[in-house]
Design a protein around this ligand. Structure first.
Ligand code: ADP
Ligand code: MN
Ligand code: MN
Ligand code: MN
Length: 334
């Protein structure tokens, strides 16, 4: 017997949420190809009208469930009843079948107290001291929610996700994890499964996860991003600054198309302050954390062989759609 937790993204706009339900299988091999398609009521997730409500779950990625006996987490794409990708299905729009593209996402988020409707560490009636001491902090005065963060890290590693690190972030109650994968689809799969695990661990502690990019509004608190570090064979091996320039310039005329899939309310976050570039501008620069796209020093030191960091995607963006758009733009000039 095995419990298969089928996970998918609903059809809510502008931000999709995770949904999941459990399927019991008698004899199960643990392999993706032995996960059958399943269906769900799309009229309850804004993915279908009530009259013809069935949507199809197509398993695409599986890992052992690190915290539940005899269980697996099965990430799924959503198909319409006729078997074509549903319009909410960002994964199906990724043109990277040969896994040429590698992605490393830096997922930031707030641990959120549903009682106070503030981040962990914020007193009910006001605010903690200003930003400064919280980033990469230790100690009960500055670091809030470490139990949850550590449990999440172990769960991700036990599931076999390629987490590269975690850190406390600039605002109180704000944290980050990084996940890297050789292959855009799998990078997205891993981020979504890691988000799922974080949500579920939060339930145990009565702590919500706030993915909004600017949950504290216009006050002097950092927002949350999901920097997208990316490379393909060309970026990894060219050795030619001009090839980098050509690719970076390809992003300039499609700023709006990128912002459209970089997460809701990004105008609140991309203000030009708090290590961001203005949502209206497009810029790039070596080591520049105020640019839209940063050229990491590493890339230059290796003689223009490396990767780029698009700093604009926000914490609530869909990594599938972010990756799909970046790949489209890079490929447009190669
Ligand atoms: P910072 O906070 O300085 O922006 P992080 O260390 O948090 O940087 O994240 C850097 C990310 O870049 C990591 O997720 C890493 O996996 C990713 N990365 C490194 N090399 C490559 C590469 N060649 N292609 C894509 N991503 C990469
Ligand atoms: Mn980082
Ligand atoms: Mn960060
Ligand atoms: Mn970064």
């Amino acid at each position: 017997m095995a419990k298969l937790e089928y996970i998918w993204l609903d059809g809510y706009k502008p931000t999709q949420s995770l949904r999941s339900k459990t399927k019991i299988e008698g004899d199960f091999s643990g392999k993706l190809e032995d996960c059958p398609n399943w269906s769900f009521d799309g009229s309850s997730t804004e993915q279908a009208p009530g009259g013809s409500s069935d949507c199809v779950l197509k398993p695409v990625f599986i890992v052992p469930d690190p915290q539940r006996r005899d269980a697996y987490l099965v990430m799924c794409e959503v198909l319409s009843a006729d078997g074509t990708p549903h319009e909410s299905n960002g994964r199906a729009t990724i043109a990277d079948d040969d896994n040429d593209f590698w992605f490393g996402f830096e997922q930031e988020y707030f641990l959120w107290d549903p009682e106070t409707n503030k981040p962990l560490g914020f007193p009910a009636g006001g605010y903690p001291g200003p930003q400064g001491p919280y980033y990469c902090s230790v100690g009960a005065k500055n670091a809030y929610g470490r139990d949850i963060v550590e449990e999440h890290l172990d769960a991700c590693l036990d599931a076999g996700l390629n987490v590269e690190g975690i850190n406390a972030e600039v605002a109180a109650g704000q944290w980050e994890f990084q996940i890297f994968s050789k292959g855009a689809k799998e990078a997205g799969d891993q981020i979504w499964v890691a988000r799922y695990l974080l949500e579920r661990i939060g339930e145990k502690y009565g702590v919500a996860i706030n993915w909004h990019c600017k949950p504290l509004g216009a006050l002097d608190w950092n927002g949350s991003g999901m920097h997208a570090n990316f490379s393909n064979e060309v970026l990894r091996t060219t050795g030619d600054e001009n090839v980098y320039k050509k690719i970076l310039e390809a992003f300039r005329p499609v700023v709006a198309e990128h912002i459209a899939v970089y997460g809701a309310d990004n105008d609140q976050r991309l203000t030009g302050k708090h290590e961001t570039a203005s949502i209206h501008d497009y810029s790039y620069g070596v080591s520049d954390r105020g640019a839209s796209i940063r050229i990491p020093l590493y890339t230059v030191q290796k003689g223009w062989k490396g990767y780029l960091e698009d700093r604009r995607p926000n914490s609530a963006a869909d990594p599938y759609k972010v990756a799909a758009r970046i790949i489209k733009t890079v490929k447009s000039v190669l």
